[in-house]
Design a protein around this ligand. Structure first.
Ligand SMILES: Cc1cc2nc3c(=O)[nH]c(=O)nc-3n(C[C@H](O)[C@H](O)[C@H](O)COP(=O)(O)OP(=O)(O)OC[C@H]3O[C@@H](n4cnc5c(N)ncnc54)[C@H](O)[C@@H]3O)c2cc1C
Length: 549
């Protein structure tokens, strides 16, 4: 008897995978060229080919989430995190590519842009492994200031040889570093930390302390060490290097309580820990723990920006691919005027993100110059506030392009959507970022005005941009400092949009910059994606540039 057959499967569009992520990304290729990073492109392109084949690994790593094994079979404490092999494969790929330490292991121009491209590409396939990679990268500039420790760790930090073994640092080929600040009673307010650090012998930099207390969030607890904030005897915060294994070869008393059950970022393990007189070495001067850990956060925050830009990029690629294959009411979705408005709005967002993240990278690479440093110090928190927050909203919009398929948890859209909010929360939530922008402007007004001067110069020929930069200058000079705090979000948003618009005006095709300016700087710009007037916009050109068909 013939099998039952009620229908043929038609008009269903598969997820986009098995493609070269870099070669299909003209805005990113242009940005690498501009940054003088073209020498890195062939390597990144080969890597993108490998990444394109790795979407299945990303899926597996998030399906088979890490498990905590507190004790071995005979009851000995091991605090071991058991990851699926796909996690190790993805983490090893990133490390082998040299991306964990690329910005710090040479003076080669364009290295920050090349690193950002690699991070952005990897995050599109699987973002969880980027958490320990980010913290390790950001720990490097802090550890470089501790000559004795740096001499021991340098080769293992810059190594491209992934080593997942749970062993004392001396026995490892490469290491990962995490960070521990957040406690139950306060995360943003690090000064509220109650964990204590007591010197074993003499107090002071480079000396050993015993840490007692807890951390409420402690990601990647399998890392070979964490930089941990704890209060010294006089009550002032210090920053400590707390290894997973003690120099004598026994486990350090950093006891994992449990793993967090997270909305997204599931491949990555985040934990709660207690320090039972754990051994730690003081980094930096006593009482300077906050500036020390904040230096690390200045770097991790850039990664949040690049990570969210990558999430949005992948959501755009999937949405656009789907719309190019799916028909409704007799036409492809990509031919429907209202859908084109949504897609082009997402593409413009992507353009602005890439332009801004690459400008930030230029600042990090040349941070010895005052204006570049101001980009790093003032514009990074503003960008983290805006780019990470927009990714939350716009991954939802991209998901809707796939209709019901977008909402199904088997697919990458659901994973991108669940991943997006974390970049906005960790490493300083939205308000904290805006407060940081204000603080930085207050401390270095000349840096802020230097950034505005640069924007005004590059806005030449575009009166709408020049007027917006001038309005920002007036907003900051005319508002009494006491009133400025409440305007933090408003200022950060306007600052970021003005910067993106100016950068696109300077560097991108006119079709892109004109559409960006006409939407983002227009008070009538629609509150949701697609609420833009596309009548003067070359939608075909912008979508083709976004992801060539
Ligand atoms: C998945 C995940 C992993 C994490 N991993 C780590 C880790 O490895 N190490 C680590 O140290 N931390 C980690 N964190 C913690 C994270 O950094 C904190 O959750 C974050 O900094 C916010 O701190 P909190 O949760 O205590 O919130 P709170 O500080 O209580 O803030 C709550 C809200 O109030 C706002 N707020 C705070 N102060 C002000 C103010 N003055 N004005 C206006 N609004 C304000 C914040 O923006 C936020 O929206 C992780 C978090 C998550 C979700």
């Amino acid at each position: 008897m013939e099998a039952w057959q009620t229908h043929e499967i038609a008009n269903q569009v598969d997820e986009r995978r098995d493609y070269n992520l870099l070669d299909t990304d003209p805005p990113l290729l242009d940005a690498l060229q501009r940054a003088g990073a073209e020498g890195f492109v062939p390597g990144l392109s080969r890597y993108s080919e490998e990444l394109g084949r790795s979407f299945g690994l990303g899926e597996q790593a998030n399906e088979h989430t890490p498990e905590l094994q507190l004790f071995d079979k005979r009851g000995r404490r091991i605090d071991f995190i058991d990851f699926h092999p796909s996690w190790h494969t993805l983490a090893a790929m990133y490390r082998r590519q040299g991306l964990v330490s690329l910005p710090f292991d040479s003076d080669r121009p364009g290295r920050w842009a090349a690193w950002a491209a690699g991070f952005y590409l990897q995050g599109q396939v699987e973002a969880g492994v980027l958490c320990p990679a980010t913290m390790t990268q950001a720990a490097i500039p802090v550890l470089q200031k501790e000559p004795q420790l740096w001499a021991q760790l340098k080769d293992k930090l810059v190594s491209t040889d992934y080593d997942e073994r749970d062993l004392p640092i001396a026995q490892k080929r490469s290491i990962l570093i995490g960070m521990g600040m957040t406690e139950k009673q306060g995360g943003s307010d690090v000064r509220a930390n109650t964990t204590t650090a007591t010197p074993v012998g003499a107090a002071g930099r480079g000396n050993e302390y015993r840490l007692r207390g807890h951390k409420w969030f402690f990601s990647a607890p399998m890392c070979d060490a964490h930089l941990v904030v704890a209060k010294t005897e006089d009550g002032s915060p210090g920053c400590f290097f707390v290894p997973r294994w003690k120099p004598d070869g026994t486990k350090n008393a950093v006891h994992i309580q449990r793993l967090k059950n997270k909305l997204g970022n599931r491949s990555n393990s985040s934990s709660e820990v207690e320090f039972h007189d754990a051994c730690g070495v003081l980094l930096g001067e006593p009482g300077r723990g906050i500036p020390t850990i904040i230096e690390m956060a200045t770097y991790t925050r850039l990664n949040c920006v690049v990570g969210s830009a990558g999430i949005l990029r992948q959501a755009l690629v999937q949405a656009l691919s789907y719309a190019r294959g799916r028909r409704a009411f007799g036409r492809l979705l990509v031919e429907q005027p209202l859908m084109r408005a949504v897609l082009v709005d997402l593409a413009l967002e992507n353009e602005g993100n890439v332009a801004l993240m690459m400008r930030l990278c230029e600042g990090y690479e040349n941070q010895h110059e005052p204006t570049q440093r101001a980009w790093m110090r003032i514009m990074t928190p503003a960008a983290k506030f805006w780019v990470c927050k927009r990714a939350v909203e716009l991954t939802g919009e991209a998901m809707e392009v796939l209709g019901g398929n977008g909402y199904i948890d088997d697919g990458i859209m659901a994973r991108l959507f669940r991943e997006a909010p974390v970049n906005s929360i960790w490493e300083g939530s939205g308000n904290v970022m805006c407060l940081d922008v204000m603080r930085a402007i207050g401390r270095e007004p000349e840096g802020f005005f230097a950034v505005l001067d640069e924007l005004a110069r590059d806005a030449a020929g575009e009166p709408r941009l020049a007027a917006e930069v001038q309005a920002l200058r007036e907003l900051v000079t005319a508002t009494p400092p006491a009133e400025l705090e409440a305007l933090g979000r408003r200022l950060a948003e306007r600052l970021v949009l003005a910067a993106m618009a100016v950068l696109l005006h300077r560097d991108a095709p006119a079709a892109v910059s004109q559409a960006f300016i006409a939407t983002r700087l227009d008070a009538r710009w629609g509150r949701v994606a697609g609420g833009i007037d596309t009548r003067g916009v070359d939608v075909d050109a912008l979508l083709q540039r976004a992801f060539p068909a």
